[in-house]
Structures are given as structure tokens and as C-alpha cells.
Design a protein around this ligand. Structure first.
Ligand code: ADP
Ligand code: MG
Length: 308
């Protein structure tokens, strides 16, 4: 099957929005929405770096999409559209593509997003998937990394470190961990769980926000420097899953805050807010991120993942 056959068979059914023209034109249209800003973000994942070449095609698709959806959620945007650029190792395998498209289709329903277009090319190297996601936010209300104020509380959605735990398991750590815990952690590595609709409420509560992709401490560091403030993370309040504690024991918190690939949202807002998130610390005058345990400052674990 050639490139055009692949597009018509596997991707055109995902492009339901009229502005995609059934993937039969050179470009797509997004109609301007008065009173809203279009928020745009892109993220790429590659076999051997962000997933394993033999991972199921459906989970590769979901990871590629969700690493982008966490950025939109962190900015308070409601996801709408995405562009998909695929670099496929030769020869193209139909079963792989069918499963990949099924993964996208499931997530389109779950997250209310639809395909607008993309590009397809072949390579002798590893598979890579690049997605550009777009969503709307009320005009002028995108939640930035800057905007945190001394006295804010720091909150995070979900649990931290699970994906890092899943990767450690796939690399051979934790051979005595139960099947159920292993399945949970590996699933979090393969398919992140960014909050689904929560992002849309973020503009109303958050002063500043960042998606946690490089690691909790590292990403809060980005937020702190963009805002010109310091952040204190209270280690004992960082939400950790039972499965991760079963894997990492007494080291869980220290490893979790430095692990990457969480795709949760960390934000600052006035203290005392309740919702589907956990308060993990506070903002103060100063700079950088410090970590405390039971009120005592401890060394900050090495910062998160860097490609270079
Ligand atoms: P060009 O020759 O300009 O690169 P293509 O033949 O790549 O154009 O694309 C034809 C149409 O198919 C366009 O609408 C494009 O957006 C769409 N398309 C190509 N590859 C993909 C893909 N991987 N996912 C979604 N749409 C795609
Ligand atoms: Mg093309």
C-alpha cells in the first residue's frame, strides 16, 4: 500500500471535521472563533527514546497524542484538532497502521479531538511520530508559566513518578514487584493519563501552570524562573501510587520527583483550593525549587530527563 492508500484508508476516517476536507486537499482550515485564542503545541516521540519499537502500535499512538494534550491542559485550553507527521520504517506494515489508527480513534473520542492533516514519510531509521495539537482558550486567558506569586500554593494533578517506575521495570528493575503493580506502572509509561477536562477550569483558578514532562522538580524550576519566584515542595505531600511505593520503597519520593514523562499538570493558585489535585508546597520570594521533608530541607534530586 502506498502513502496515499495509507492516508485514505487509515487516516481519512479520523478527519471528520469539515475543515480537514477528508484529507483530500493540500491544507486544512480552522475557522477563527471570536472571543477565543487558538493555543498550539507540538511534541515528537521516537522509538528507542520515548517508547520501545516493539510497544503496541495503539499505545504509541496514544502516547504521541497525550504528550501534547497535557500541554494544552496545562495552558487551560480545550483540545480540538491535531496534525500528525509520521516517519515510518520501511516497509509499512498494515496491521501496525490499523492498530495505530485505532489507538488514535479511541483517544479522539475520549478527549474530543479530531485529525486535521499531517505528513507521511519513510525512513531507514527508527519510527517517529510528531503531533501538533490545537485548542481554544478564552481570549487572553491562557495560563502561562509566569504569573506565580509569593504566597500561592503549588498543586499537582494525578500521581507522580509512575511512568518513570514503568520504565525502570522495563529496564529490568523490580523483578519481585507483583503482576498487577507491574501492569499498572508499565501502562503509565506507555499511555500517560493527563487530566481530561480539568484543563478547561484551570484559567479560572491558576496563576501559573506547566505540564510535568521533564520531571516535577525540573518543570517547577521552569515555572519558578519564568515567574521570578522560589518554590518549596513538601516531599511528604507529593502524591505517589501504591504500585510505585511497592517498586521503589523508601526512595520513592526522591526518585519520583526527578523522574520524567508524568504528563500531569503542576500549577500555582491561592491556598485552600480543592479539586482533582493535591497541594504539594508553596511559592515564596526568591528563586529555584527546594525540597523539604517534614519541615527539613533536603537535597534536591538530580533534575529530570534531558535529551542532550
Ligand atoms: P504534500 O504532497 O503536500 O506533502 P501529502 O500528499 O503529504 O501532501 O498530503 C495529502 C493530504 O493528506 C493532506 O491533506 C495531508 O494533510 C494529509 N496527510 C498526509 N499524511 C498524513 C498523516 N500522517 N496524517 C493525517 N493526514 C495526513
Ligand atoms: Mg506530505
Amino acid at each position: 500500500m502506498d502513502e496515499f492508500g495509507i492516508i485514505a484508508r487509515y487516516f481519512a476516517p479520523l478527519a471528520a471535521t469539515p475543515g480537514a476536507f477528508g484529507l483530500k486537499d493540500d491544507a486544512a482550515i480552522i475557522s477563527a472563533r471570536p472571543g477565543f485564542d487558538l493555543v498550539v503545541t507540538t511534541d515528537q516521540i521516537a522509538a528507542g527514546t520515548d517508547f520501545f519499537a516493539e510497544d503496541p502500535a495503539g499505545t504509541v499512538a496514544q502516547k504521541a497524542l497525550r504528550v501534547n494534550l497535557s500541554d494544552l491542559a496545562a495552558k487551560g485550553a480545550k483540545p480540538e484538532y491535531y496534525l500528525l507527521s509520521l516517519t515510518l520504517p520501511r516497509p509499512a506494515r498494515e496491521e501496525w497502521l490499523a492498530e495505530f489508527a485505532r489507538g488514535l480513534s479511541q483517544d479522539q473520542r475520549q478527549f474530543g479531538i479530531s485529525l486535521l492533516g499531517g505528513d507521511t514519510s519513510a525512513t531507514e531509521g527508527p519510527l517517529s511520530v510528531s503531533i501538533t495539537a490545537m485548542g481554544f482558550v478564552p481570549a487572553g486567558r491562557m495560563v502561562k508559566r509566569s504569573g506565580a506569586k509569593a504566597g500561592d500554593a503549588v498543586y499537582v494533578t494525578g500521581t507522580i513518578g509512575d511512568s518513570g517506575g514503568g520504565l525502570a521495570l522495563l529496564r529490568g528493575e523490580g523483578r519481585d514487584v507483583s503482576e498487577a503493580d507491574r501492569a499498572y506502572l508499565v501502562a503509565r509509561y506507555r499511555v500517560p493519563e493527563p487530566p481530561k477536562t480539568f484543563g478547561e477550569n484551570l484559567c479560572d483558578i491558576a496563576h501559573a501552570s506547566v505540564d510535568v514532562s521533564d520531571g516535577l522538580i525540573a518543570d517547577l524550576g521552569h515555572l519558578a524562573s519564568a515567574s521570578g519566584v522560589g518554590i518549596v515542595v513538601e516531599g511528604e505531600r507529593v502524591p505517589l501510587s501504591p504500585a510505585l511505593k511497592a517498586l521503589w520503597g523508601a526512595d520513592t519520593m526522591a526518585r519520583a520527583v526527578a523522574a520524567g514523562d508524568d504528563y500531569q499538570i503542576a500549577f500555582t493558585a491561592p491556598p485552600g483550593r480543592n479539586g482533582p489535585f493535591t497541594c504539594i508546597g508553596h511559592v515564596r520570594a526568591g528563586e529555584g525549587v527546594s525540597l523539604s521533608v517534614d519541615g527539613k530541607e533536603v537535597a534536591v534530586p538530580q533534575p529530570g530527563y534531558r535529551h542532550f
